[in-house]
Design a protein around this ligand. Structure first.
Ligand code: AMP
Ligand code: MG
Length: 492
């Protein structure tokens, strides 16, 4: 069933990982399987059998050719450095080459205690597994770079998180699982050879065009390239109101994919200070902080590469700092591009940034729903018949009415016809996002009643985020006051 493995990470020096076979579970049951992704990865689905798949995706049997391992990494968690984290419950089976020739990691998350488990039990509860499944697939459907969910199995075992919960394992697919924290792990040990080897591996895997550069130029360019992808990624998050929740350096990939959906959530009512995660007490990872946290994380990455940048430490710091200081401008450019597209603007105008900011102010003051505001703007772009429904979303009409007039004036300088503009805007402004209360309902039904219908229904809706789906209107709605979710939990 599995495509052949093309092993790469397991060929790196031994200190990069601990060889580790998944710990078998009692009675694996396949509860979700991503056929389109399996096809993309080259799985043989002709004789697909759910029971057999459960055995593979639980790790009860290691697929032929895999060399399972737990990766070593460190990380800054909420600003504090932990020199040894590593995969405490995830096992990398290996890489496969997908239909497009790209190398993809296949990892089982929740596969048992590894040498990096510290105090943890090595397992994952069903709730967080399904949350990651739903949100990562929704992100992918919105065109945002992310790790993917290939399968979810329940284990037949209970994991205790305050109360006993059903255990589960997520099969996660990623361009790679290499993080800023992977670099930090070796840098913290003064192991410059390993940092170089890791950097070269990352270049060959994610940035092959940099392979032709030699010496320090390659590593400077690597920082720049990773920075460019992170800037673009976070701009995309901001464009859909996504709040990651735990932007620690160990949860920041060097491939530019979103990873580790813990207490993540989508903002409903627009408020730049929104925080959902119960563990983020200081609001470090609030919505509006995300771009600057990404920069902070990139500075931590650059620090690990200093010895490769220049033998003179001061000169190395100077050169790295120069790169990192370019981030705000890079980010602003990415963000503005995202927001322009959301507003149907194809030309660039010096006033565009102010235009976006004043919409944000109106949304904030009017307590408007982020997703619905932009989606309704697609209708307003088509004709002013959409205005009433837009204004309905705001508690006070003044701000948004004034803004609409400014926007229309700006649109009058755009070449597209209103119909064409509305069509383009509907391709970037999702109608369906995994709203927190819906996610919560889906998880609760699965955990408490072993009922996966709400999960499947929600997944079907959020993986076609831009398309109107008749009969699914309720999924577009924000939570009622009774349903509202204010806090999300890692639940790890
Ligand atoms: P996360 O919060 O999932 O990004 O994980 C942070 C660190 O804690 C990583 O090193 C994980 O491998 C580890 N970890 C999280 N949950 C568990 C668990 N249940 N058992 C062992 N290690 C864990
Ligand atoms: Mg993590």
């Amino acid at each position: 069933m599995f495509p052949p493995f093309t092993l790469r990470y397991s060929r790196l020096p031994e200190r990069f990982f601990a060889p580790f076979d998944p710990v078998p579970v009692t009675s694996p049951r396949l509860v979700a399987f991503n056929r389109p992704l399996a096809r993309e990865l080259g799985f043989d689905l002709e004789a697909f059998d759910g029971e057999e798949a459960a055995v593979w995706f639980s790790g009860n049997v290691v697929p032929p050719g895999a060399e399972p391992l737990a990766q070593a990494y460190a990380g800054h968690q909420f600003g504090g450095f932990v020199p040894r984290l590593g995969d405490g419950r995830a096992v990398l089976l290996g890489e496969v080459t997908d239909r497009e020739g790209r190398l993809r990691d296949i990892q089982l998350k929740g596969a048992g205690c590894t040498p990096f488990s510290r105090g943890g039990d090595g397992r994952a509860p069903l709730g967080p597994v399904l949350r990651e499944y739903l949100v990562s697939e929704a992100m992918h459907a919105m065109g945002i770079p992310t790790t993917r969910a290939l399968a979810a199995v329940t284990t037949g075992e209970r994991v205790v998180r305050g109360i006993p919960e059903p255990g589960a394992i997520l099969t996660r697919v990623a361009a790679s699982h290499i993080r800023v924290g992977t670099f930090q792990y070796f840098a913290a040990r003064g192991d410059t050879d390993a940092v170089r080897e890791l950097a070269d591996h990352v270049v060959s895997r994610h940035y092959p065009e940099l392979g032709k550069l030699s010496g320090n130029e390659r590593y400077l360019a690597l920082i720049q390239a990773i920075q460019a992808r992170q800037a673009a990624l976070v701009a995309r998050w901001m464009g859909v109101g996504f709040i990651h929740g735990v932007m620690n350096t160990d949860n920041t990939t060097v491939s530019g994919e979103t990873i580790d959906y813990g207490p993540c959530a989508f903002m409903e009512t627009y408020d730049p200070g929104t925080v959902f995660s119960s563990i983020d007490e200081g609001g470090r990872y609030a919505y509006s902080n995300q771009p600057w946290i990404a920069q902070w994380n990139l500075a931590r990455l650059a620090e690990t590469l200093l010895p490769l940048i220049d033998s003179d430490p001061e000169r190395a710091v100077e050169r790295a700092t120069e790169l990192i200081q370019a981030y705000p401008a890079q980010y602003e450019t990415e963000w503005l591009a995202v927001m322009r597209a959301k507003l149907g603007l194809t030309l660039e105008d010096g006033g565009d940034q102010r235009l976006v900011e004043s919409l944000q102010e109106a949304m904030h003051q009017g307590h408007a729903d982020f997703t619905l505001t932009f989606r309704q703007l697609c209708e307003c772009a088509h004709s002013s018949a959409g205005d009433a429904a837009l204004i309905e979303l705001f508690e006070h009409p003044e701000g948004i009415e004034a803004w609409l007039a400014r926007w229309r004036e700006r649109l009058s300088r755009e070449p597209a016809t209103p119909a064409e503009r509305a069509r383009q805007m509907r391709r970037v402004n999702p109608l369906y996002i995994p709203r927190n209360h819906r996610v919560q309902q889906a998880l609760t039904a699965a955990m408490d009643e072993d009922d996966f219908t709400p999960f499947e229904a929600l997944l079907a809706v959020v993986t076609r985020p831009f398309e109107e789906q008749p009969g699914r209107e309720a999924y577009t709605l924000p939570a009622s006051p009774r349903e509202r979710v204010f806090r999300t939990f890692c639940g790890t």
